[in-house]
Design a protein around this ligand. Sequence first.
Ligand code: ASP
Length: 357
Amino acid sequence: MRDLIYGLAAIVLLGSCQTSSGVSKDRISQNKQNPVVMMPGTNPIVLLIHGGAGSARPGGMPEEDEAEYRAALSDALTAGYTILQAGGSSLDAVQASLTILEDDPLFNAGRGSVLSANGKVSMDASVMDGSNRNAGAVAGINEIRHPVLAASAVMNNSPHVLLFGSGAEQFAKDQGLETMPESWFITEPRVRQLNRIKQKERKTQNSKLDSTSYFGTVGAVALDTNGNLAAATSTGGMTNKKWGRVGDSPIIGAGIYADNQSCAVSATGWGEYFIRGTVARDICARIQWTGANAQLAADQEIAEIVEAGGSGGVLVLTPDGDYAFSFSTAVMFRGVRTEAGEEVAIFASHGNRQLTD
Ligand code: ASP
């Protein structure tokens, strides 16, 4: 009798998971009335990454540079997706993608981080596990080779969510994470970039951060075969930032969020606006409470950022594999890998969902 009741319950449950299009969505979470139903090991796997958003360079991007960016994004997608394909967790996948981008001086994270006004590196990073909303973050570090792994160590091995400065460095070292001298993180192009911006600042007597000064923050969101979402974001912040400034990237709910009940988000852009707008959590709340799809929720939120005077972009991924890129800038380095294949794009003209030209 008990077996019969369980059998009937399973049939009702599966029946309720059919969408209007007839496609089976085995763990839908559009709102609280449709609670998440996990089917371990049977879910679609998806990985999205970004390498920052910003304005186009005057004169455009040389073809060789574009090819280098595309290759780097593709390598990062492969690293994370290989883990997902092997049945690994979304958390491991986003970290694998980000460690590759952190080592690549093309991007503003780890090696190649932008420089603060004092010529130093000050990196922020975060991770979040959508299965339990555990999160970890570090801010203002300058010696840990992979800030995303430091954030992960905070989540897994400390009672805290966010560690800052020398305390964060010490903790990461105690965890056995690899260190590098600060000079390893600082690259020539970043020194020139800081000098250019300082010169402009002197000329215009304007100490506002300008929109070309953020570019290259890295982030990833993933959905694994067990239906778990995860997100990670890592950055050197904004060029010429001052006085121990911390951006949105390590702020849970601003530059990152992940919750199996709604979505996973990684953001890039003018951090002050993303903090004030609690952008990442807001996107997930729109999905969770209004039933918006990923694209609509992301577009609405980015429109609010623009209205407030900021700019930037986001990756969004829901537990049923619906995903979106949304950004207000001319450029957002981005890529997606699903069972259907890989796509990588750079310019706004490449669109949000159809990434190829
Ligand atoms: N959001 C980062 C910050 O404000 C910068 C970026 O995304 O490029 O620190």
